[in-house]
Write a protein that binds this ligand. Structure first.
Ligand code: NAP
Ligand code: ZN
Length: 353
C-alpha cells in the first residue's frame, strides 16, 4: 500500500533538482508518518546528487536527497508506542539497520554493515532506493525517529540530525572536556556545529578556515582563536599543541599540515568526506605517536542524547531558511563555501508546486 507525496529530485549527475511526485509506503505497524517541516542541506546531499562518491556509494537516479529532517507526526502504526499524531519528530541519516549485529545492539546503528540510509539505499519495502527529506512527508520505523526538544527553533534544529550528531559523536568518543585544545577545520555546516559543541564542552577552540571573512563569525560561534589556514606563519604558531582536531572539509586538502599541529598522542578525526584519497605523511604520525581516525554520523541513542543536550543548552544551527525553489542556487553557494552556516529548506514551499 502506497501513497504519493511531493518531492524534489535530480534525474542525473548533471541535472538540477526539480519538482516531482514519489511514492511512500503506508505506515505499517511500527512506522511513523511525518509531515516534513524543515530539511537541512548537507554537503553529502551535493556529493550524492552529483555522484561524486561513485566509487563508494554510487548514486541511483532519480535521487531525492535530504537527511536533516524535522516535522510533525501525522499517523502511526498500531504497534507504535513512542509517538502519536501531532508530536514533533525528527529523522537523520538512518532509517533502518539489521538490529541484530553487535554494533546495533550497542546502539551504534551508524556502523551496522546492513544499514539503510535515508536516501540512495535499497528500499526493503517498495524496492528501488530510499528517498530523503526534500519531500512533503516520510515514513520511518519508530526506532529511527527522534524526539525534538520543544524549546528549539525547528529550522535550526533540522541540521542537528546530521551536522550536529556527526560533530558531537567523535568529540564525545575522544573525551573532549574542559582544558582540551580542540581544532575545527572548515567552517561550514559541520564545522560550525563542531565549534558550538567543543565550546559547550569547555574546550579551548581554534577554527581553521580558508575564508578570512568568516573570522568574526567563528568567534561569535564560540571559537577562542581563528587561524587562516593559507597563512603558514599563523599555522606554525600552533605546531604540536592540539589534543584533538576535527576535520570537516568537503574537498581535497593537505591533512599533514594539521597532523603536525597535534601534540603527543593527539588525534585528528576526519568527518569530511572528500571524494579522492588524502595523502598522509608517515612522519606526521610517527613523530608524536599521533592518531588519524574517522567518524560516521552517530547511533540512534547518541543522536537523541545530542538533541537533548542541545535542548538543555539551547543549541541549534545558524541557518539561512530558503524555499525549495532556491535549492539549486543554494547548492552553488555551498560549493563556494558561501553558507552561513547551513541552509534549511522550509518545506511549506513545496505545497505550491
Ligand atoms: P560545507 O557546509 O560545504 O562545509 C565545508 C567547508 O570546508 C567549507 O565551508 C570550507 O570552510 C571548507 N572547504 C571547502 N572547500 C575547501 C577546500 N578546497 N580546501 C579547504 N577547505 C575547504 O559542508 P558540510 O555539510 O559541513 O560537510 C562537510 C563534509 O563532511 C562533506 O564532505 C560531507 O559529505 C561530509 N559529511 C560527513 C559526515 C560523516 O558522517 N562523516 C556527515 C555529514 C557530512 P572554510 O570556508 O572555513 O575554509
Ligand atoms: Zn549529512
Amino acid at each position: 500500500m502506497m501513497y504519493n507525496t511531493k518531492a524534489y529530485s535530480a534525474t542525473s549527475a548533471a541535472s538540477p533538482l526539480a519538482s516531482t511526485t514519489i511514492a511512500r509506503r503506508d505506515p505499517t505497524e511500527h512506522d511513523v508518518q511525518i509531515e516534513i517541516l524543515f530539511c537541512g542541506i548537507c554537503h553529502s546531499d551535493l556529493h550524492s546528487v552529483r555522484n561524486e562518491w561513485s566509487e563508494f556509494l554510487p548514486t541511483v537516479y532519480p535521487i531525492v536527497p535530504g537527511h536533516e529532517i524535522v516535522g510533525r507526526v501525522t499517523k502511526v502504526g498500531s504497534a507504535v508506542t513512542k509517538y502519536k499524531p501531532g508530536d514533533l519528530a525528527a529523522v537523520g541519516c538512518l532509517v533502518d539497520s539489521d538490529r541484530t549485529c553487535p554494533r546495533c545492539k550497542a546502539g551504534l546503528e551508524n556502523f551496522c554493515p546492513n544499514l539503510t540510509l535515508t536516501f540512495n539505499s535499497p528500499d526493503k519495502h517498495l524496492g528501488g532506493v530510499t528517498y530523503g527529506g526534500y519531500s512533503d512527508s516520510i515514513v520511518v520505523d519508530e526506532h529511527f525517529v527522534l524526539r525534538v526538544p520543544s524549546n528549539l527553533d525547528l529550522a535550526g534544529a533540522a541540521p542537528l540530525l546530521c551536522a550536529g550528531v556527526t560533530t558531537y559523536s567523535p568529540m564525545r568518543h575522544w573525551g573532549i572536556t574542559k582544558g582540551k585544545k580542540v581544532g575545527v577545520v572548515g567552517l561550514g555546516g559541520l564545522g560550525h556545529m563542531g565549534v558550538k559543541f567543543a565550546h559547550a564542552f569547555g574546550a579551548h577552540v581554534v577554527v581553521f578556515t580558508t575564508s578570512p571573512k568568516k573570522k568574526e563569525d567563528a568567534l561569535r560561534l564560540g571559537a577562542d582563536e581563528v587561524v587562516v589556514s593559507r597563512n603558514a606563519d599563523e599555522m606554525k604558531k600552533h605546531a604540536g599543541s592540539f589534543d584533538f582536531i576535527l576535520d570537516a572539509v568537503s574537498a581535497g586538502h593537505d591533512i599533514n599540515a594539521y597532523l603536525n599541529l597535534l601534540g603527543l598522542d593527539g588525534n585528528l578525526t576526519l568527518v569530511g568526506a572528500p571524494a579522492k584519497p588524502l595523502g598522509v605523511s608517515a612522519f606526521g604520525l610517527i613523530m608524536g605517536r599521533r592518531n588519524l581516525s574517522g567518524s560516521n554520523i552517530g547511533g540512534i541513542p547518541e543522536t537523541q542524547e545530542m538533541l537533548d543536550f542541545c535542548g538543555a543548552h539551547n543549541i541549534t544551527a545558524d541557518v539561512e531558511v530558503i524555499p525549495i525553489q532556491k535549492v539549486n542556487e543554494a547548492y552553488e553557494r555551498v560549493v563556494k563555501s558561501d553558507v552561513k552556516y547551513r541552509f534549511s529548506i522550509d518545506m511549506a514551499s513545496l505545497k505550491s508546486e
